[in-house]
Design a protein around this ligand. Structure first.
Ligand code: ADP
Length: 695
């Protein structure tokens, strides 16, 4: 049957490399030990180190991925916020463009209630092919008549005077004449209007109505000194008269007037139509329906606000049209140009060009608001709308460019609190690294401790193997000796009495050695099992020591050593186990004999020192190295010194001595100098502790 412990091929090769040329028992021992070490190392590597390293690897990579996960999370949130923001901004522009195009597609003008197209719209204009404003306004072409004196001179002045002095008939006549004779078309018209007014004032409503009707038909284009169209004034006055007589017809006429005024192109920097329309509305207020009034007022407001902005923006508009960028010919596509106060949006529609001015102030407010709305509640990011050519905030995580609408304006998203994020990151990393580090440290410490433990166990196992070999060897030599000597006696080979006596002595000595050895082994195994018991009796130490030395004389003398005994007088009788003391002394003496130098003396002394009986065995032999002293009482321990190692032994003698001394409540001490000699002292208390000595 193959030896189950026989080392494998790998171990054998390794041993050959480590200890080349080693053979015999030592080689086998080393091989077995190496095998055990390898088995342990591989088992440890598989069960502890590998999982530990894997865990550490996963720990580290999880730290890394968790770290990047935090950033990825913030970055994703930033990206999502920027996208939402951009998307919402896109929506408001798309809505504006779609509404405008839908109106154009439907054949309606985008200039009608233009403010519905976008809340930020200030102005909506149609341009003619020359880039002049074609609707809803017109650049003023009208100049007041140069000769203003007319109004205050001649017939006209007389008519006024007559009216003031209460001569209405006179005044009517004078104005009637002026309406025919005054120089200049507009002047005649103004006089005709005055004539109609005076007729109304004098109570001739019908005549006044028809006089107004004539002004309307005769002077369609003429204006008075304030720039009002005479036709509009006449229509208003006539409608006012009608209102008194036939309210329904009157309201209808006023409504018609307002519609006409709203449908007309207003001349910029005039605004006559607006005051006219407001007056018409206030006249019909008690009669007209509320909805019509409200919607008309709002149309009027919108138109007047547009006119205000158009007047203000005309220089900029001229510049933009001049640069040509705003009016690229690309049908159905809006082009955006950034102005100072407004964002210009323009589109070609067939031959028409429309241009819209969107308020920057309103737009920026809207877009910033959209940015805030895009933030997730409790999120980790902040938003900022960065203007063109301005540095974005530090650590920006996501940016979008509002091309084509607000090119260069960038919705930017950055960490709400980068420092806190980094700090929490660092503390999390430190904590995790700490845990992984501690785990690794534990694994390493565990590896070192178990390697040491296993090393000790292996050493013990090696010592045990050695012990078995040593014991067999120790047994063999006295048995051989006894047998040789007995055989030579049996066969009568010893020629004389002296020789025979030597053989007898030899047989006794070797049997003593044998029995000492067997005693030691048996006791040691009893000690190891914990079954060794001693019985303490009153003992005369001097006597026990003396007997012991006597019984050892043979072996010591045979080695050429002399034992001197020094015993104090009046030693007390102590409680002890004479048998155990004998065994301890025998072990010390046989060591002194073994490791003592030939021809030297061994001194055995028994003294009383401070209520203790101290037995010392002093030799002047090999001595023990300082670093070995702590180990010599360990079981199986044998010196590493080659001089001591040459001498056979089992390594249990001193372990037994130590055990015996402890059982007696005493101790064993050693003083030694390498090459000088050794002193072992057994310190006995006068009585052992209250126990039998068995553990
Ligand atoms: P061993 O059977 O090897 O003598 P012991 O337990 O009696 O075992 O002794 C342990 C070791 O102590 C010995 O191997 C030896 O090196 C050392 N030793 C013991 N006694 C002496 C001594 N008197 N002089 C020098 N070395 C000693």
């Amino acid at each position: 049957m193959p030896n189950p412990r026989s080392p494998g091929w790998f171990t054998r090769q390794l041993a050959r490399i480590i200890w080349p040329g080693r053979t015999g028992v030592r080689a086998m021992e080393d091989l077995l030990q190496l095998d055990s070490v390898l088995r342990f190392a591989s088992l440890y590597a598989i069960t502890v180190l590998a999982p530990g390293i894997l865990l550490a690897y996963f720990g580290m990579s999880s730290i890394k991925s968790e770290e990047s996960a935090v950033w990825t999370e913030v970055r994703t949130e930033a990206g999502r916020t920027a996208d939402t923001w951009f998307g919402r901004t896109e929506q408001i522009f798309n809505a504006f463009e779609e509404r405008t195009i839908a109106r154009l597609d439907a054949g309606r003008s985008p200039l009608e209630s233009a403010l519905d197209l976008s809340p930020n719209l200030l102005v909506a204009l149609r341009l003619d092919t020359d880039g002049m404003i074609a609707a809803p306004f017109a650049e003023s072409s009208f100049n007041l008549p140069a000769d203003q004196t007319f109004f205050y001179t001649g017939t006209f002045a007389d008519g006024r005077k007559a009216e003031r002095s209460g001569h209405l008939g006179e005044a009517i006549k004078l104005f009637e004449r002026a309406s025919r004779e005054a120089t200049g078309h507009a002047h005649r018209g103004v006089a005709a209007l005055e004539y109609a007014r005076l007729l109304a004032k004098s109570g001739e409503s019908r005549a006044a109505e028809s006089a107004y009707a004539s002004v309307i038909s005769d002077y369609p284009e003429a204006r008075n000194g304030a720039g009002f169209l005479l036709r509009d004034l006449a229509t208003l006055k006539r409608a006012e008269l009608l209102l008194l007589r036939e309210p329904v017809i009157g309201v209808g006429a006023l409504k018609d007037l307002v519609d006409v005024l709203l449908a007309r192109r207003w001349e910029l920097s005039r605004g006559g139509e607006i005051s006219m329309a407001r007056r018409a509305i206030s006249r019909m207020e008690p009669h007209a329906d509320a909805d019509w009034l409200a919607s008309t007022r709002s149309r009027l407001d919108s138109r007047s606000s547009q006119m205000y902005w158009t007047e203000r923006l005309i220089p900029e508009l001229k510049q933009i049209i001049g640069s040509g960028t705003a009016l690229k010919v690309e049908p159905r596509t809006f082009h955006y140009t950034q102005g100072d106060d407004v964002l210009w949006a323009s589109i070609w529609w067939g031959a028409d060009r429309y241009i819209f001015a969107l308020s920057w102030k309103g737009l920026l407010e809207t877009v910033r608001e959209l940015g805030k709305d895009s933030l997730r509640p409790g999120g980790q990011v902040e938003v900022s709308l960065v203007p063109p050519d301005v540095e974005p905030p530090a650590g920006v995580l996501a940016q979008r460019n509002l091309v084509p609408w607000m090119a260069g304006w960038t919705p930017s998203v950055y960490p709400a609190d980068a420092a806190a994020l980094q700090e929490s990151q660092a503390s999390r990393r430190a904590r995790r690294l700490g845990i992984v580090g501690a785990a690794m440290l534990l694994i390493v410490v565990g590896a070192i401790l178990s390697a040491r433990l296993v090393g000790r166990e292996l050493e013990l196992a090696r010592m045990k193997t050695q012990f078995a070999a040593n014991v067999s060897h120790e047994l063999r030599s006295p048995i051989t000796q006894i047998r040789l000597k007995a055989e030579s006696l049996q066969l009568g080979l010893a020629r004389d009495e002296e020789r025979r006596q030597q053989h007898y002595d030899g047989i006794v000595r070797e049997s003593e050695r044998l029995s000492r050895l067997v005693d030691n082994v048996l006791d040691f195994s009893a000690i190891e099992r914990g079954t060794k018991q001693y019985s303490f009796v009153p003992t005369d130490m001097a006597e026990v020591v003396r007997q012991c030395v006597d019984s050892m004389r043979f072996s010591t003398v045979a080695r050429g050593l002399q034992i001197d005994i020094e015993i104090d007088e009046d030693l007390p009788i102590i409680l002890a186990s004479p048998e155990a003391i004998g065994q301890a002394m025998t072990n010390l003496l046989s060591n002194a004999a073994k490791y003592g130098a030939t021809g030297e003396r061994v001194i055995v002394s028994v003294k009383m020192v401070e209520l203790r009986v101290v037995v010392s065995v002093i030799d002047s032999g090999l001595g023990i190295a300082n670093d070995e002293i702590p180990h010599i009482f360990d079981q199986y321990y044998r010196s590493k010194d080659p001089n001591a190692r040459r001498l056979k032994g089992t390594g249990i003698g001193l372990a037994i001595v130590k055990y015996i001394m402890e059982a007696h409540g005493g101790r064993v001490e050693v003083i030694s100098e390498l090459g000088e000699g050794t002193t072992f002292s057994l310190h006995f208390p006068l009585s052992p502790p209250d126990r039998t000595g068995a553990h």
